[in-house]
Ligand binder design. Structure first.
Ligand code: ADP
Ligand code: ZN
Length: 829
């Protein structure tokens, strides 16, 4: 509840002696930054981070100041234009923040304006909107009754309004061709389009606050009982008028009376929206650290006290108590007067961590993640920016949190692929976190039971310092992992006899089991037994998955849903049969085998409602579920001591995924899900069903042997010239017409060969793979082609990609094919 005026100190850097120019980043799709002249009356107000309104071609756009300068750039081509306005409000970001944005822009080859858009909470910037209004000529035309009935309709509509966007016009006149009709009217000068400034969509919530100006005792006898009651309630501090309404009858009347006598004051003040999710655990006080935890905390604390950048990779087996290490390191950071940023892969899946941090640091914690409402998100952001919340717990995008005195960055489950953003600014939050810590002189602590191969590689290279937690808390044993070779199993193809027996034993012992099946839906796909046809999505090159709920076929890429056909769409035989299976089928099968058991399912289909995930987890925690079937969601981060059995229904689902990281992902998934078993007093058992029992991912997961796995996998990766030994940059072309997309890809490849021909040595060390159609050739109606650049020289690689992007920006202007870039792609699908 603090006034906006008490804002962020130190956000405004000194302006150069006499700034005459500003550099402005504009919103996407405008690339690059642009210089403008600063009219002299605006000079004292200009500051980095301030929003401005500027002319751009024939448009007016809002942007953010990213630099102030006293001299025009030397390579100026056209005369500079003036900025039109500095928009009132606080800067959007600080200098420190901007340094991080600039790095992201350079590294991920994305314009600064796009980085800024990605980094700031949605709806907190000003924008311009293009609105149409009727001109004088338009009014005359109306009076003279000129124009077709459709034209008159548009003019009449606009005459009554200060301005309407094209979408609004379409909303009022929902027939075809409104767009071209408007274009015609504007060409004839009957209407004009103007960009109008619109403030942020989300702003502070202001509510009436009542505060007492006197003690009730000091007023003596002159008070009515209700007035005395009211003053009594305010004795403990100011209250929201809204809350008093429930407690005192006719409160507005009494407040007014007291205010008239100068005894209370009513003011409109900013009140933060509440972002707290449901409590799912009660963790109790901090335990005494084990010797191993102590050692890790000591190393991190020393680095924190020393100051400056340091990076640690905490490799701790599942159940070794990594969270306590994060909590202890955060406490040290706060003691030192600095701030901590704690990243988790998906906040819904790690609600436990959020709850633990809240319990330990109370209101000093802010949370930032996508399931917050826009208003909540904005408010949490402001609490951080104003220095009121020195601890931030959040998902991927929390890496942008506006912390000015950052001391510690924690990246929990650092191997998790959800840290990678797959659209727009395709950053990896772990890598970005390392850079953010470097820029802030902070310590970064990455933790995992199954570090990413690239992180482990960095540790071996001495870039990250390795810390180990080799034992589970209380020296509980790691679970025993057994492989079920499905080739020699008779009977059930979903649940083998050994798994069935293990489930029966677990139920008899009143313990709980998790069953991992990494595909949702009922069947993998349908196949016609007569002609071999498999129904595919007509937007994507992917077979459709059969979902029993709602009896539909669904595309897992674009979400298209169609009814299940009874006849084969190709040969019309009634011979469509399900192949492969998913979580729905597993749930049904288990329920059939154990009718008495309470079986639940956790996948994207059952967790769409807000808090449904937390509720399933809470049910699991209090023993209301016997068997939980789920996708990789069930493998992540929870700690339920009564789970003693984990079954992996099919280890092959992720192993067969045609991507270069399939082995690594499978190893991590198996090890993580196994880690959910035996976290209490009873030891855990894991059964892994597979048709590939000799695959090394499975063999090493059985032994919980990360180091062995890394050794084997790196041998392959080195031979193949894959990351981390060489870097990848993926350039992807997408278009509506296959032929044009393919052609654009081959022109891009041609351009690459030219560049390599002309340039120095370092360019020659860059290989190109492709152009080739992407393995998923069609997604959401777009054809996709790609060119993969590869080199061990990261700088030269990115420079080449940058030049190709500049080329593509010009060459593809006006075409329907788009070119996007993915630096360090996690997937080539
Ligand atoms: P990890 O994240 O490494 O898998 P957790 O942080 O979830 O492990 O810890 C596993 C369990 O051990 C949790 O229930 C936690 O409360 C408990 N725990 C952690 N540290 C200690 C400790 N020093 N003493 C007792 N219990 C602990
Ligand atoms: Zn689709």
């Amino acid at each position: 509840m603090r006034a906006f005026a008490l804002m962020v100190k130190g956000l405004v850097r000194q302006v150069p002696m006499n700034p005459v120019l500003v550099e402005v980043a504009l919103p996407p799709p405008v690339p690059g930054t642009f210089h403008y002249r600063l009219p002299s009356d605006l000079r004292h107000e200009a500051a980095v981070g301030r929003e401005v309104l500027v002319p751009f071609g024939r448009r007016r756009l809002t942007g953010a100041i990213v630099a102030l300068a006293a001299d025009p750039p030397a390579d100026l081509e056209t005369p500079l234009r003036d900025i039109l306005q500095i928009i009132p409000g606080d800067p959007l970001f600080s200098e420190t923040h901007l340094a991080f944005f600039r790095w992201l822009s350079t590294y991920y080859l994305v314009p600064l304006g796009e980085v800024i858009r990605t980094a700031l909470p949605q709806g907190t910037r000003s924008l311009t909107r293009r609105l149409a209004r009727v001109t004088e000529a338009g009014r005359q035309a109306l009076e003279q009754g000129k124009g077709s009935p459709e034209e008159v309709e548009v003019l009449l509509l606009l005459r009554g309004e200060p301005g309407l966007s094209l979408d609004q016009i379409r909303g009022h006149l929902p027939h075809e061709g409104v767009g071209s009709l408007c274009a015609k009217l504007s060409r004839r000068g009957l209407i004009v389009w103007e960009d109008q400034l619109r403030g942020p969509r989300v702003s502070a919530r202001r509510l009436k606050v009542v505060r007492a100006l006197v003690e009730p005792a000091a007023v003596g006898e002159t008070l009515k009982p209700s007035e005395r009651d009211l003053l009594g309630r305010l004795a403990g501090g100011p209250c929201l008028l809204r809350d008093l309404e429930d407690q005192v009858k006719n409160v507005s009347y009494w407040v007014q009376k007291l205010a008239a006598r100068g005894l209370v004051q009513v003011s409109l003040e900013e009140v933060y929206r509440d972002a707290i999710g449901p409590a799912i655990i009660d963790a109790g006080p901090a335990p005494r650290l084990t010797a191993e935890q102590e050692g890790a905390v000591r190393a991190v604390s020393e680095a924190l006290r020393r100051g400056g950048f340091a990076s640690f990779l905490l490799h701790g087996v599942t159940g070794s108590g990594k969270t306590e290490v994060y909590l202890a390191a955060t406490a040290v950071t706060l003691e030192l007067g600095r701030q901590a940023l704690v990243l988790v892969p998906e906040i819904a899946l790690t609600a436990r961590l959020e709850a633990l941090f809240r319990q330990r640091f109370q209101s000093r914690v802010a949370v930032l993640h996508s399931s917050l409402g826009r208003g909540e998100r904005r408010d949490e952001w402001m609490r951080v920016r104003r220095g009121e919340a020195p601890v931030v717990v959040g998902a991927r995008s929390a890496v942008f949190a506006p912390l000015e005195r950052l001391g510690l960055v924690v990246v929990d489950e650092e191997h998790d692929a959800s840290y990678k953003e797959e659209r727009g600014l395709r950053y990896h939050a772990r890598d970005a976190a390392v850079m953010r810590a470097k820029l802030a002189g902070a310590v970064v602590l990455m933790g995992s039971a199954t570090p990413a191969l690239s992180s482990y590689h960095n540790a071996l290279q001495g870039k990250f310092r390795l810390l180990h937690l080799q034992h589970r808390i209380d020296r509980r044993p790691l679970p025993r992992v057994m492989i079920v070779d499905m080739r020699s199993q008779r009977g059930g193809t979903v649940i083998s006899l050994p798994l069935r027996q293990a489930l029966a034993d677990t139920l008899a012992a009143r313990r709980q089991a998790l069953l991992l099946m990494n595909r949702r839906g009922y069947a993998g796909f349908l196949l016609c037994r007569r002609c071999g046809h498999v129904p595919h999505c007509h937007n994507c090159s992917l077979s459709l998955t059969w979902h029993r709920a709602g009896e539909s076929l669904r595309c897992h890429l674009c979400n298209l849903a169609t009814p299940v056909p009874s006849l084969c769409p190709r040969c019309e035989a009634p011979m469509l049969r399900p192949f492969g299976f998913g979580t729905q089928r597993v749930q049904r099968e288990v329920q059939r085998l154990f009718p008495e058991a309470r079986v639940s399912r956790m996948d994207r289909d059952t967790t769409t409602a807000k808090h449904s995930y937390a509720r399933l987890l809470a049910d699991l925690g209090r023993g209301a579920i016997d068997i939980l079937v789920g996708t990789q969601m069930i493998a992540k981060g929870h700690d339920v001591p009564t789970i003693t059995l984990v079954g992996v229904v099919s280890a092959d689902t992720s192993l067969q995924w045609p991507d270069f990281r399939a082995s690594e992902v499978t190893f991590q998934l198996l090890t993580q899900v196994a880690g959910r078993a035996g976290r209490g007093d009873e030891p855990g058992t894991v059964l892994v069903q597979t048709y590939n029992p000799e695959h090394y991912s499975i063999r090493f997961a059985r032994e919980h042997d990360c180091v062995g796995f890394f050794a084997e996998e790196t041998t392959f990766l080195r031979e193949l010239g894959y990351p981390p030994f060489r870097r990848f940059v993926l350039l992807q072309l997408a278009g509506n017409v296959e032929e044009r997309t393919r052609e654009a890809a081959s022109r891009l490849a041609e351009r690459f060969r030219e560049l390599r021909g002309h340039h120095s040595e370092s360019f020659r060390e860059i290989d190109m793979l492709g152009p080739a159609p992407a393995p998923l050739t069609r997604v959401k109606g777009k054809y996709r082609w790609q060119v993969l650049l590869r080199s061990s020289r990261s700088l030269a690689l990115r420079e080449t990609a940058r030049q190709l992007l500049v080329w593509g920006h010009n060459a593809l202007k006006g075409s329907s094919v788009t070119l996007t870039v993915d630096v360090d792609p996690l997937s080539l699908i």
